[in-house]
Design a protein around this ligand. Structure first.
Ligand code: BV8
Length: 258
């Protein structure tokens, strides 16, 4: 019976089967199959709004109700979403590879729910919010009672409450970006999954990994901005490709160890 051709090469399977250190960068594309809109695909989040309108401090101070309402909506959608087969495959990969670091640009928190433990959230997490004046974390109850259109103010000092995410023009958390850069530098294999690779400094990571000698692979439904700079481009939805890839790696690791 003719085998269905795999979207990835045997070289990738072999490299992952013997890798001691793997780093994975993910973007909104891996959550698309969980029903979360991406940013730049047709119908993506940004298509309805321009980034300048919502995801920066100036826009927030100019129209806090709009920005808080947009994040309240996205938080609700993320809470109702479920990790998909791609998230679970990455959690499985983490159990196989001695040192597997998941670096995400996403703020939806789906990785932890899928069982991944070594996760670096470069752009924060939409489930957390805090007061811009006194930094008091907002409680989930306070956020849940935020009715659309109301402005969430800190009960301690009256300051505005903002989501704990990195907006455009803001520095990434130093600990996170340094840990991500370390993982990229030390990786034997670097997977860039579901990202258009246009937002910096995250988009630098696959290129830095390549510069340090990693085998860099992109998994996407279409070539991204870094497609010409990686070792292999695997075209296909992460929710289908990743389970197939991880199963092939598991099989190869089993053969090598028996
Ligand atoms: C900073 C949180 C210092 C908020 C986000 C050079 C160096 C440093 C900075 C810059 C620079 N050049 C420009 C800058 C400024 C800016 C930037 O990069 N702008 C871009 C637009 C040019 N960077 C910053 O401001 C960063 N801060 O560096 O501070 C500084 C500041 C100013 C100037 C210089 C230095 C902060 C960036 C963080 C912004 N916050 N998110 C929120 O989410 O509300 S970014 C946002 O975009 C999300 O985090 C998102 O993850 C990220 C990247 O988008 P993607 O995840 O890639 O999503 P996208 O829709 O674009 O692509 C989806 C992909 O998936 C597509 O390729 C699609 O084909 C694919 N796909 C779809 N379905 C599937 C799939 N793939 C697989 N399977 C599927 N089923």
């Amino acid at each position: 019976m003719n085998e269905i051709p795999r979207p990835f090469s045997p070289v990738l399977v072999d490299r992952l089967a013997v890798a001691g250190r793997v780093a994975v960068l993910t973007g909104a594309g891996i959550s698309a199959e969980s029903g979360l809109a991406t940013f730049r695909d047709p119908g993506g989040i940004w298509e309805q709004f321009r980034p300048e309108e919502l995801a920066n401090m100036t826009a927030f101070l100019h129209n806090p109700e709009l920005v808080q309402g947009w994040y309240a909506h996205r938080r609700k959608v993320a809470e109702e979403a479920r990790p998909n087969a791609g998230h679970y495959a990455l959690a499985e990969l983490e159990t196989m590879v001695p040192n597997c670091t998941l670096i995400t640009q996403n703020i939806d928190g789906l990785y932890n729910r899928a069982g991944s433990h070594h996760v670096i959230e470069l752009h924060g997490n939409i489930m957390r919010s805090y007061c811009v004046v006194c930094a008091r974390p907002a409680t989930a109850l306070e956020l849940a009672t935020l009715s659309e259109g109301a402005t969430a103010m800190c009960p301690e000092c009256g300051g505005l409450i903002r989501p704990d995410v990195v907006w455009f023009g803001e520095m990434l958390p130093e600990v996170a970006i340094n840990a991500a850069a370390d993982a990229a530098r030390e990786a034997d294999v670097f997977l860039s999954i579901g990202t258009s690779a246009v937002v910096y400094p995250a988009a630098n990571l696959p290129l830095e990994a390549r510069g340090w000698g990693a085998f860099v692979v992109e998994i996407n439904i279409e070539p991204s901005a870094i497609a010409n700079a990686v070792d292999e481009v695997v075209l296909g939805p992460a929710g289908r490709v990743l389970p197939e890839l991880v199963a092939a790696v598991w099989h190869k690791r089993t053969l090598l160890t028996n």
